[in-house]
Design a protein around this ligand. Structure first.
Ligand SMILES: NC(=O)c1ccc[n+]([C@@H]2O[C@H](COP(=O)([O-])OP(=O)(O)OC[C@H]3O[C@@H](n4cnc5c(N)ncnc54)[C@H](OP(=O)(O)O)[C@@H]3O)[C@@H](O)[C@H]2O)c1
Length: 102
């Protein structure tokens, strides 16, 4: 019975009660979005920029990040910033932290 209810819940989720338009003004907030050059990360960056957050895209490929930054600028009028970061490489993670703090 629990499994049946779970299958129904997963396939017919309730209407969302909170969405991107409910995000308050984020002026003065600084956010690092990992994987921000595509998929969920890019959409997250778009929503945050639209609400005036300062956004750093933590990306391993500067070229793909730059394309995303240009796309996001076209859509939101705001500049995201590149933070070069490969999450699979601890040296890169450390460098990114040092760069971010600087
Ligand atoms: N729980 C859920 O229901 C659910 C649903 C959907 C997605 N997810 C999860 O959410 C995450 C994002 O999904 P998505 O669909 O947006 O995926 P995606 O489009 O494949 O995006 C993944 C992002 O992560 C970056 N990335 C991968 N490895 C990296 C590394 N070592 N260092 C830095 N960046 C790295 C990729 O950069 P490159 O362009 O350089 O590869 C890309 O920007 C995934 O982990 C996915 O499994 C969960």
């Amino acid at each position: 019975m629990g499994l049946l209810l779970s299958v129904i819940d997963q396939n017919f989720p309730p209407k969302a009660t909170w969405g991107v338009n409910d995000i308050p003004d984020l002026s003065g907030k600084v956010v690092i979005v990992t994987g921000g050059n595509s998929g969920l990360g890019k959409e997250t960056a778009r929503a945050l920029l639209s609400h005036n957050a300062k956004v750093y895209l933590g990306c391993r490929d500067a070229g793909r990040a730059q394309e995303a930054i240009e796309d996001l600028k076209k859509d939101t009028g705001k500049d995201a910033h590149l933070l070069q970061l490969d999450l699979a490489d601890l040296h890169s993670v450390k460098s990114a932290v040092v760069e971010f703090q600087r």
